[in-house]
Design a protein around this ligand. Structure first.
Ligand SMILES: NC(=O)c1ccc[n+]([C@@H]2O[C@H](COP(=O)([O-])OP(=O)(O)OC[C@H]3O[C@@H](n4cnc5c(N)ncnc54)[C@H](OP(=O)(O)O)[C@@H]3O)[C@@H](O)[C@H]2O)c1
Length: 266
C-alpha cells in the first residue's frame, strides 16, 4: 500500500510511539490528523513536521470523553472530507495490585484504552463504509496476550481490544475496511512514567523494562512496514515478544517464571 497522500488520524500523537509514528507518516507524504489531550505537546510535534497547514490538523481530544467521538469525526471530515486510516494509539498504563486499585481507576483505564478506542473506530468506520475503503489500526500490547502483576486493568483493556477487533475485522470485510492489530513489546517511552497507581495518582517513575525497550524510531519503521502490508496482526519488540508463544507452549513454566520475576521486581 502506498501511503502518500492518504489521510491518517493518529491518537496519542503527543508522545512516545504515537509521536514517532507521526514523524514516519509525515515522511511518507501522508496528510495527518494528530490527537491527544495536551495541545501544547501536539503543537510541539506539529512544529517538527514539514507539512503545510493544508495537510495537517491538530485536534485535541480526551479519549475518556468518548461520548464526543461523532463531533471529533465531523471536525476531521470538515477539513479533509475523508479518513483513509485511523491509528488508535492513545492510552495509559497502571501500576498497582488489583486489590489496591479503586473502581474509579479501573473505569478510567477502560474508558481511555478500550471504550475511547472502540467508539472512535465505530464512528470512523461509518465514514469508511461510505468511502468503501479504509484501515483501522489498534495498538494493543503483548500484555493483551498474558497478564503481569500490577497491570490487571491495563491487561484487561488490551485483552478486550483483541476480542473486539478480531470480530470487527470480519464485520467490516465486505465494506473493504481492513483491521490491523499491533502488539508492542517493551518500547522506550514515557508509558510507565505516565501510568497511574491504584488510587489514581501518577507513577512519575520509569521502569527498567521501558528504559531497555526498543527505541521509538526503530518501532516506527517496523510499524510502517506492517501498515503497508496486508497483515491482520504484528508483534513489534525485542526478545520479550517470544513470551507469547512460550506461554502457549509451556503455560505452567510460564506462570512460575512470571511469578518469580514479579517477586524479584517487588
Ligand atoms: N511503551 C510500551 O512499552 C508499550 C507497550 C505496549 C503497548 N503500548 C501502548 O502504546 C500506546 C502509546 O503509549 P506510549 O508507550 O507511546 O506511551 P506515552 O509516551 O505515555 O504516550 C501515550 C499517548 O497517549 C495519549 N493519551 C493518554 N491518555 C489520553 C486520553 N485520555 N485521551 C487522548 N490521548 C491520551 C498521551 O497524550 P496526552 O497526555 O497529551 O493525552 C500520549 O500521546 C498506548 O496505547 C500503550 O498502551 C506501549
Amino acid at each position: 500500500m502506498n501511503l502518500s497522500g492518504k489521510v491518517i488520524w493518529i491518537t496519542g500523537a503527543s508522545s512516545g510511539i504515537g509521536e514517532a509514528i507521526t514523524y514516519a507518516l509525515a515522511k511518507e507524504g501522508c496528510k495527518l490528523i494528530i490527537s491527544s489531550r495536551r495541545l501544547e505537546e501536539l503543537n510541539r510535534v506539529r512544529k517538527n513536521i514539514k507539512l503545510t497547514d493544508e495537510d495537517i490538523l491538530v485536534l485535541p481530544i480526551d479519549l475518556e470523553q468518548h461520548q464526543h467521538t461523532d463531533e471529533w469525526v465531523k471536525v476531521v471530515m470538515g477539513k479533509f472530507n475523508r479518513i483513509d486510516i485511523l491509528i488508535n494509539n492513545g492510552g495509559i498504563s497502571q501500576k498497582g495490585y488489583a486489590l489496591e486499585t479503586t473502581q474509579a481507576v479501573e473505569q478510567k483505564i477502560m474508558d481511555i484504552n478500550y471504550f475511547g478506542n472502540v467508539e472512535l473506530s465505530k464512528a470512523t468506520a461509518r465514514i469508511m463504509q461510505l468511502q468503501k475503503s479504509g484501515k483501522i489500526v489498534t495498538i494493543a500490547s503483548i500484555i493483551g496476550r498474558f497478564g503481569l502483576p500490577d497491570l490487571s486493568t491495563y491487561s484487561a483493556s488490551k485483552h478486550a481490544l483483541y476480542g473486539f477487533y478480531d470480530l470487527f475485522r470480519l464485520e467490516l470485510k465486505d465494506d473493504n475496511i481492513k483491521v490491523l492489530i499491533i502488539s508492542p513489546g517493551f518500547i522506550n517511552t514515557n508509558v510507565a512514567i505516565n501510568a497511574i497507581k491504584g488510587d489514581g495518582v501518577l507513577v512519575n517513575k520509569n521502569s527498567p523494562a521501558m528504559e531497555q525497550g526498543m527505541k521509538t524510531d526503530v518501532f516506527a519503521k517496523k510499524f510502517i512496514t506492517a501498515l503497508k502490508s496486508n497483515r491482520n496482526h504484528k508483534y513489534i519488540g525485542k526478545k520479550e515478544i517470544l513470551s507469547v508463544p512460550f506461554k502457549m507452549l509451556f503455560p505452567n513454566i510460564f506462570y512460575n517464571l512470571m511469578y518469580k520475576m514479579s517477586k524479584k521486581n517487588k
